[in-house]
Design a binder for this molecule. Structure first.
Ligand code: DUC
Ligand code: ZN
Ligand code: ZN
Length: 478
């Protein structure tokens, strides 16, 4: 087994920071030691295979992105990153584990959807990966299949209160699925937007000729996110099923989650970098058109970007500090402008929904440390430790400790990263929603289960290195 020693760095965890050396033995962390330690009289630096000098840098557990959509079929096309390209881009950005969504649609068997997702990922990933299960058709057959997911290492499933006719589940279906979740320990993930109301609002806008991408955000009113979040919380309360609300963007939805948590409920919220930095008005760009031009399609995602005049971003950062929001994932769902986003020219409803960020989450969240929005420790907690605990991987993932997988990032706080196509951009997209963002900080070295996959601007990983992670039940419940 190859041995590696990271020396001279500051090891940062969710609870503190300390000067320490980290010894890796093959795929596993063997020891966290006082700087310059010897072990049984051996000068470690002289006896290991590789020494990585982390002087002046942070040594943190590899990022865990718990919400991605590689190759997701959506709106007549499919998300443009494959498991090969998407996991490679993730590695470039310091993410060493991702949890993607296997898809079951109405009329299909859950087992078949899951088997298909395994086929797409197996042998193609640069980093470790797990799956949640999308249940796009709740019926007797899919409900009966849910308990079996746990043995497959899939301890969470997602339903949609949005997208009627596609993935939508009505309240009765959600109730039944949550009853199964309460009985089994599965974690229910919810896309909380009132889809039927949003579809009427969207149709009315189109009838008035308001067809540009900007109106995607207008149709998806925050009231319908708040309402759906509340409804999901009440169904969770009624059934006793823990609830995880994905991609929260409206401050009113955050308030609902905070209220439920204050009420003692096992209710959790995830936001994404786009809701912390980007706004509906950014989507108008530099256009001279009153309602923006088609460039705005780059930022069409659901839930949508919210207006900067309504205080959502400020509230979201605060919720990250107070733990009213516990998670930051990307909802990475990339589509190119060419041939994909352009499907919605003349009708925003046909623009495939999604933004690509899998490569940038650690950097973007580190800016919250730079600007004083969150602490260094909270950065690690949000990007690695809580995702591991929330989704049943903690101990192996999310921590630098003996016995854990050697998933480690050396992050240089004095470094710099310029985001954009032709700069740092390895996602399979012809644009970046983050074009022009300048980051104070840099992912220097990325180690995935003991193997250096990114170092000093070079990619050293291999397709197929990533293994499927069988997850346990959530370790975050109260
Ligand atoms: N939201 C997106 O932006 N893309 C895919 C699915 C979703 O819910
Ligand atoms: Zn969603
Ligand atoms: Zn999603």
């Amino acid at each position: 087994m190859a041995t590696t020693l990271l020396t001279g760095g500051t090891v940062v965890s969710a609870t503190g920071r300390t000067a320490a050396d980290v010894l890796l033995d093959g795929e596993t962390i063997a020891a966290v030691l006082a700087p310059g330690s010897t072990l049984l009289g051996h000068d470690l630096a002289a006896s290991v295979d590789t020494v990585i000098d982390a002087t002046g840098k942070y040594v943190i557990p590899g990022g865990i992105d718990a919400h991605t959509h590689m190759q997701l079929p959506f709106g007549g096309t499919s998300a443009s990153d494959t498991f090969e390209t998407g996991t490679r881009a993730a590695a470039w950005g310091g993410t060493t584990t991702m949890v993607d969504f296997a898809v079951q649609r109405a009329g299909e068997r859950v087992q078949d959807g899951l088997a298909h997702w395994h086929e797409l990922a197996a042998g193609n990933c640069a980093i470790d990966y797990g799956f949640h299960q999308i249940v796009g058709g709740v019926d007797a057959d899919s409900l009966a299949a849910l308990p079996g997911l746990i043995d497959e290492g899939i301890s969470s499933f997602k339903m949609f209160m949005a997208y009627p006719g596609v993935f939508y589940a009505d309240d009765a279906q959600i109730l039944r699925a949550m009853q199964v979740a309460a009985d089994t320990g599965l974690l229910t993930m919810m896309h909380a937007e009132n889809g039927p109301v949003i579809d009427v609002l969207a149709e009315q806008l189109i009838e008035k000729g308001k067809t540009s991408p900007y109106f995607h955000g207008v149709a998806r009113a925050w009231q319908m996110e708040e309402e759906a979040t509340h409804r999901a919380i009440m169904l969770s309360h009624l059934t006793g099923a823990p609830l995880y609300v994905v991609h929260v963007s409206a401050k009113q939805a955050v308030e609902q989650l905070a209220w439920a948590r204050d009420n003692g409920q096992n209710v959790f919220g995830e936001t994404c970098p786009q809701y912390l930095y980007l706004s509906l008005e950014d989507q108008l760009g530099a256009s001279s058109e009153e309602w923006g031009d088609f460039e705005g399609a780059k930022w069409v995602c659901s839930t949508p970007l919210r207006s900067k005049h309504e205080g959502h971003q400020h509230h979201m950062w605060q919720a990250l500090r107070t733990n009213d929001i516990q998670m930051v994932s990307t909802d990475h769902c990339p589509f190119c402008m060419k041939d994909q986003k352009t499907l919605g020219q003349g009708d925003f409803r046909a623009i495939p929904n999604g933004i690509g960020s899998v490569e940038h989450r650690l950097d973007l969240m580190y800016q919250g440390v730079v600007t004083g929005q969150i602490t260094l420790e909270r950065w690690v907690e949000l990007t690695s430790t809580t995702p591991a605990r929330m989704f049943g991987m903690y101990g192996k993932k999310g921590v630098i400790a003996p016995g854990a997988d050697a998933d480690i990032v050396v992050y240089d706080p004095s470094g710099h990263t310029s985001i954009g196509v032709g700069k740092t951009h390895h996602m399979n997209m012809d644009h970046s929603a983050w074009e022009g963002y300048e980051i104070d900080g840099h992912v220097d070295t990325v180690i995935s289960r003991g193997k250096v996959v990114v170092d000093d601007g070079a990619y050293l990983g291999t397709k197929g290195d990533g293994r499927f992670v069988k997850r346990g039940l959530s370790q975050y419940l109260i």
